[in-house]
Design a protein around this ligand. Structure first.
Ligand code: HEM
Ligand code: SF4
Length: 520
């Protein structure tokens, strides 16, 4: 018997999902309510309904993600984003792990104004989410860092605009398509967890990109495979498009849990998949058996004051508190940047940000001013590396609240261990979808429930020992199978650090210790 496509797939096939914008305008301008069926299509404009106190989708308010092509916002863009935060988002802004900005409390009635504001400064929310090419993750220091391998900003813009201009062909995929293009020397994009990634390296004077495929987190987590192909700069877009088309035309449209690029690659086998890419391209890519040297995750950072490649300029890396920025701070960012005549900010994949284009003579003052409003440029380890997902506050899948929880956790740990300098990445996720990367963190806390005295309470499933370092040395965290009530996690982490300080089990770092320690 022929399988039937889901309602969503039928809807996607019947009309370019991006046309939902017409229905948005109809509701906002003419009061004709958006059909219930179309709510799911709002994702194509980065929107997800909030949940209400009864845990049901609340169609009044939405989370809205704004795509930042090349991860950056210049001063004008920052000002407009600050205005949106203040006037339409109840002052709540998140910086995400894919270098985008996420607002909350957005209402459909305000969308025409928000769209106009975004457009006025060259920003958009088109394809910030939905089943198609998602915003491309890239190095926040492209064209800025003195030691970068290659400035990939124009490549990223070119690929993004190709997909955007050809929206009819690239807005109905079986599922999301996540990509990174990186040229920085510390590999901060996390190419190991992308559907497709191009990672620059040098062979003599020549720049090539190592092609990796089929990575991803969530329940069907998998570290990417090397395609054993090196890609030249002028081939990058063609390969990105070829893989997109193969995925679009062959990915699973009957089961969303098996619909990602990795499922198709696993089903076909890597060889057949790479053959299909080359067939589409009409030429062979260079065989590349050796993986370039990849920086381990603990050395991937851009904090502090750094020299830019532009003479007389620096850039400064700052930490947020688990990605949440109160709206008034967002407005202050723009004020400080204007005051010191800096160029703008760029987001990192760790929910942090850099300010770029800062004149050397004012860089310390600028850094200190950000520091004075709570964004450290020499952050302690807990602030620097704790990230959290959207969580139950707004997300329908959320089992636990995460942002405020992560904030309290960071403050607890930095108070208890002010001298603790070791690297540790902590990730708090509200459910197993793993949006904040718990599966590659040293300590992944994944929201669940447990019983205490017969009562169901918020808890965290503790996963330890995740790591990123290329296709061979990365590691998905191991679940300890221990569920700790949320209220007991701070004490649990305290004990973990105290135990390590007493006896490191022969390991040379806390990070390594977390791969050895057994939790009962
Ligand atoms: C089936 C449902 C979902 C799955 C499997 C899923 C999985 C993931 C994964 C694995 C990532 C990390 C990707 C990366 O950084 O490369 C991610 C990112 C993210 N997810 Fe989810 N997610 C789901 C639904 C949601 C929902 C409902 C929300 C919020 C209401 C959400 C919010 C986010 C955010 C903010 C990011 C950061 C990425 C960005 O800027 O695009 N996710 N998701
Ligand atoms: S991890 Fe779960 S709770 Fe957190 S944002 Fe993703 S889907 Fe929502």
């Amino acid at each position: 018997m022929e399988k039937e496509l889901s309602k969503l797939e039928q809807l996607k096939a019947s009309r370019n999902p991006l046309r939902v914008i017409d229905d948005i305008y109809k509701e906002a301008n003419e009061g004709i309510p958006l059909s219930e069926d179309y709510i799911g299509l709002l994702k194509w404009y980065g929107m997800y309904p909030h949940i209400n106190s009864e845990n049901k989708e609340d169609k009044k308010y939405f989370m809205k993600r704004i795509k930042l092509v090349d991860a950056s916002m210049n001063l004008e863009q920052l000002k407009v984003m600050g205005k949106i935060a203040k006037e339409y988002a109840q002052g709540l802004v998140d910086f995400t792990t894919r270098e985008n900005v996420q607002f909350h409390y957005i209402q459909i009635k305000d969308l025409p104004t928000i769209f106009d504001l975004l457009k006025s400064v060259g920003l958009t929310s088109r394809m910030a989410s939905g089943d198609g090419p998602r915003p491309i993750v890239t190095c926040p220091v492209s064209g800025v860092a003195a030691d970068e391998i290659f400035d990939v900003s124009s490549l990223v813009k070119d690929i993004d605009s190709y997909f955007d201009k050809n929206e009819d062909d690239f807005s109905n995929f079986p599922r999301k398509y996540k990509m990174s293009v990186s040229g920085c020397s510390c590999h901060c994009c996390g190419h190991e967890i992308q559907d497709i990634a191009f990672t620059a390296f040098k062979r003599g004077d020549e720049v090539l990109f190592d092609l990796t495929l089929a990575g991803g987190l969530s329940k069907s987590k998998q570290i990417a495979y090397r395609a054993n192909r090196y890609v030249k700069e002028e081939q990058v877009r063609d390969v990105a498009v070829a893989v997109a088309e193969i995925f679009r035309d062959n990915g699973n449209r009957y089961n969303r849990n098996k619909a990602r690029v990795r499922h198709l690659v696993n089903e076909w086998g890597l060889e057949k998949f790479v053959d299909a890419i080359e067939e589409k391209l009409g030429y062979k890519l260079e065989e590349g058996l050796q993986e370039p040297e990849i920086t381990p995750i603990q050395n991937r950072n851009h904090f502090g004051i750094n020299k830019s490649k532009t003479e007389g300029e620096s850039f400064v890396g700052f930490a947020t508190i688990a990605g949440r920025i109160p709206g008034e701070d967002f407005v202050k960012f723009a004020e400080i940047i204007e005051k010191y005549d800096a160029k703008g900010i760029r987001l990192t994949t760790r929910q942090n940000f850099i300010v770029y284009g800062v004149k050397d003579e004012v860089v310390e003052d600028l850094a200190n001013e950000f520091d004075s409003i709570g964004y450290a440029y020499k952050p302690n380890t807990f602030r620097a590396r704790t990230q959290s997902c959207t969580g139950r506050e707004f997300c329908k899948f959320g089992i636990t609240e995460t942002k405020t929880y992560a904030n309290k956790l960071i403050k607890h740990l930095e108070t208890k261990f002010p001298e603790f300098k070791e690297y540790v990445m902590i990730s708090v996720s509200g459910c197993g979808n793993a949006c904040s990367h718990p599966q590659v963190a040293d300590i992944g806390l994944v929201g669940c429930k447990t019983r205490v005295d017969g009562e169901r309470v918020d808890a965290y499933d503790v996963q330890l020992g995740g790591h990123l370092q290329g296709t061979n040395n990365s590691k998905i965290a191991t679940s300890t199978k221990v569920k700790i009530p949320a209220s007991e996690v701070p004490a649990f982490l305290e004990k973990l650090i105290n135990d390590y300080e007493k006896d490191s089990l022969g390991t040379s770092s806390f990070k390594e210790y977390l791969t050895k320690v057994e939790i009962a």
